[in-house]
Design a binder for this molecule. Structure first.
Ligand code: IPM
Ligand code: MG
Length: 361
């Protein structure tokens, strides 16, 4: 029996209920495909603040590092009402998320977005764009740029002045560009670098380094696009994209946009990888505290994240295929959570959706 150590971060809001369903599906896949998962709960974000007073502990980092992969729900609370947001920014839930990404060296964030035939009617795009369908992957740099640059707020000439800095080195760009081109070879051999090279020095460096990397991949079509144009093209004709390579902040924004055109932000998985096979897997959506504990959240993004975990960290490709296929079947059989519900389909809750997928694995 193959054995794997998986760290589990249930997270905040809807996190615990969607992770519970993903674990259910993983364990079912293990029974079917002959592996066993050793699960260890670790804490991050709001749950960690409640337990330890800080959003990320050394113990969480150490346990995560020792495991084969980390499965995570979403973290964070309602910024208006939650006491976590009365803490200074560096002690809030999100700081824990940024901290663990950095501590584990998870520089490559893969956010795939594709349109299921069954969800075409939920796609907010024009019919001709939806009919064409799309299957793209945003490769977001995750440990550099504005998120991790020097920042400060100070008083200058009698008023507050705030500064954030956007810094990238050649090596930071090269390592993710290489990953983007490698992954493009397993998909449709196309990489679009998205930047703001008409304004930013950092973007000009991204173009220079990525163009150098591209020379080593003559079989991959390489082009670049300005980020404002990309935001527009994503809603005009997303079928033109395969791998979209971009820096941290642009990737944050574009990946929310890409998820919405799939019909629901509740459908999109993500993987954050370092140089080895180790990765952290989480849904692209947030913790939706307003619907937490009501058994209405869509667990499919987390279940699909678990499939990515099987594929990228455990090399259990067959099991990953089975999970993805099971999700497709559930949709085909007409089951929907509230966020993707349309007339004529069957509305189910979080737990039942997990059961339905597990049955089909
Ligand atoms: C994401 C989230 C995070 C980010 C927040 C919660 C800090 O929006 O994973 O996309 O901006 O990276
Ligand atoms: Mg985001």
């Amino acid at each position: 029996m193959r054995e794997y150590d998986i760290s589990v971060i249930k997270g905040d809001g809807i996190g615990p209920e969607i992770v519970r369903e993903a674990v259910k599906v993983l364990e079912t896949a293990g029974k079917k495909f002959g592996f066993h998962l050793d699960l260890t709960d670790i804490y991050l974000g709001g749950a960690s603040i409640d337990k330890f007073g800080v959003p990320l502990t050394e113990e969480t980092v150490e346990t995560a590092k020792k495991s084969d992969a980390v499965l995570m729900g979403s973290i964070g609370g309602d910024a208006k009402t939650s006491p976590w947001y009365r803490l200074e920014p560096s002690k809030r839930p999100e700081a824990g998320l940024l901290g663990i990404r950095k501590a584990l060296g998870l520089f490559a964030n893969l956010r795939p977005a594709w349109l299921y035939d069954e969800l075409k009617s939920a796609c907010p795009l024009k019919e001709e764009a939806a009919d064409k369908g799309f299957d793209l992957l945003i490769m977001r740099e995750l440990t550099g740029g504005l998120y991790f640059g020097k920042r400060q707020t100070l008083v200058q000439d009698g008023q507050l002045v705030a500064t954030d800095t956007l810094t990238y080195s050649e090596s930071e760009i090269r390592r993710i560009a290489v990953k983007a081109f490698d992954i493009a070879r397993k998909r449709r051999n196309k990489v679009t670098l998205v930047d703001k090279a008409n304004v930013l020095d950092s973007s000009r460096l991204w173009r220079k380094v990525t163009s150098e990397v591209a020379e080593g991949y003559p079989d991959v079509t390489y082009s670049w696009m300005l980020v404002d144009n990309c935001a527009m093209q994503l809603v005009r004709d997303p079928s033109q994209f395969d791998v979209v390579l971009t820096e941290n902040m642009f990737g944050d924004i574009l990946s929310d946009e890409a998820s919405m055109i799939t019909g629901s932000i509740g459908m999109l998985p993500s993987a954050s990888l370092n140089e080895t096979k180790f990765g952290l897997y989480e849904p692209s959506h947030g913790s939706a505290p307003d619907i937490a504990g009501k058994d209405i959240a869509n667990p499919l993004a987390t279940i699909l994240s678990a499939a990515m975990l099987l594929r990228y960290s455990l090399d259990e490709d067959e099991a990953a295929d089975a999970v993805e296929e099971a999700v497709r079947k559930v949709l085909k059989d007409g089951y929907r959570t509230g966020d993707i519900y349309t007339e004529g389909t069957t509305k189910v809750g979080t737990r039942q959706m997990g059961d339905l997928v597990a049955e089909r694995v």
